[in-house]
Write a protein that binds this ligand. Structure first.
Ligand SMILES: *Cc1c(COP(=O)(O)O)cnc(C)c1O
Length: 373
């Protein structure tokens, strides 16, 4: 019998979340972002749930190849573009669209030999200062690209630093709008947060400079059922469903008298008599070691919490109020329990001082994964 832990992926939830993202920008086409192996889910495993996407966007050429191997003939976009000259040969061969964010990438294109010109997304650094041409250099980059026989259509792209927070997207949107005003081509601006928070058709209609909903949105985290702006909004506020459940079983129970401790470092000491469950999940499975006592879990679908330090292969939970739970009981670390109750990955991430993205991406290789409806 294998160790009783598993991750379940929910194909119907992926399709629901993709549809929710699309509904926020109904006139746009949707890049399903599948970088980082589909945010830790596995590209091959989630593909069926994301079939309704208009294209797949990612960073890694190897992942792009895997999307083609799945039989996807539609658009595939490399969000960081190419890293070296020979990557362009793969772009030509697999018909990959690619971002162009720096002069070096234009240099590589200018010497690339191809019969079929490439579709490119010219990236503007509109304030995030990560990738892209600054507003003052953007148009000259466009002109240079436009003169290359290796280049077909040029789309215009930028990325927001604060779509999930108080600063919002207005400043970056205004920069993008003013620099690109008379340039032809499709636009792509919005990640999940910008799509859900800033692209409502009403907003866009009242503001001619609001490009948030055009022409290609780029939802990632929303597709994987996590709220981009938790705790201001929860996933369920946005109509998003968990796509990954991490569950394990109780493999032992202990009873504590007042003053007894649990786990390494004796960081938790019982102040009253307690019953403890030991769960077959630890930091080597991707459950953050930093989660403190009190991090929520579901036991047979009922909320409880962790106690003491998370160790490599196990963690401890409080069963004092759950006398029916014991050896073999199902514990949901995040996601959906068998009774339908949901523990949002965002809540657990918050206890760890991080975001749902990091938890799903860190699911360990050793955890068996099952794909469910
Ligand atoms: C990762 C990424 C996205 C998706 O971001 P989410 O916050 O997960 O929606 C969109 N655009 C670019 C350029 C990205 O790198």
């Amino acid at each position: 019998m294998p160790r009783p832990i598993q991750a379940s992926l929910h194909i119907g939830a992926l399709a629901n979340n993709l549809a929710r993202s699309r509904a926020a920008a109904p006139d746009a086409r949707v890049w399903a972002i599948v970088k980082a192996n589909a945010y830790g889910h596995g590209i091959e495993r989630v593909f069926e749930g994301l079939r309704a996407a208009d294209g797949f966007a990612l960073l890694d050429l190897d992942e792009a190849q895997r999307v083609r191997t799945l039989g996807w003939r539609g658009p595939v976009l490399l969000l960081e573009g190419v890293f070296e000259q020979r990557d362009l040969e793969l772009c030509s061969r697999l018909d990959l669209w690619h971002a162009v964010h720096c002069d070096e990438q234009i240099d590589m294109l200018a010497t690339h030999k191809t019969h079929v010109p490439h579709r490119v997304f010219l990236k503007m650094n509109s304030g995030m200062n990560r990738l892209g041409f600054t507003p003052s250099r953007y148009r000259s980059a466009w002109t240079r690209l436009n003169a290359l026989p290796q280049v077909d259509e040029i789309s215009l792209m930028t990325h927001f630093s604060d779509a999930d927070g108080a600063r919002g997207v207005a400043e970056q949107m205004a920069v993008f709008a003013s620099v690109t005003r008379d340039l032809p081509g499709e636009r792509s601006l919005s990640n999940s947060a910008a799509t859900l928070r800033h692209s409502l058709p009403l907003d866009a209609a009242s503001d001619a400079n609001n490009w948030a909903a055009s022409d290609w949105i780029r939802p990632g985290i929303a597709v994987y059922g996590s709220a981009p702006d938790f705790p201001e909004h929860s996933a369920s506020d946005w109509g998003l469903q968990p796509t990954m459940t991490l569950s394990a079983k109780i493999i032992a129970t202990q009873t504590l008298s007042i003053g007894e401790s649990v786990g390494y470092g004796s960081s938790f000491v019982a102040e009253q008599p307690m019953r403890i469950g030991v769960v077959a999940c630890g930091y080597a499975d991707g459950y953050p070691r930093i989660c403190p006592t009190g991090t929520p879990v579901l036991v047979n679908g009922v909320r409880s919490h962790t106690v003491g330090r998370v160790s490599m292969d196990m963690l401890a939970i409080d069963l004092t109020a759950l006398p029916a739970a014991g050896f073999g009981s199902e514990v949901t670390l995040w996601g959906r329990a068998a009774n339908g109750a949901v523990l949002s990955i965002d809540e657990v991430a918050r206890c760890a001082g991080t975001v749902g993205y990091e938890l799903m991406c860190a699911l360990a290789q050793r955890v068996p994964v099952v794909v469910a409806a």
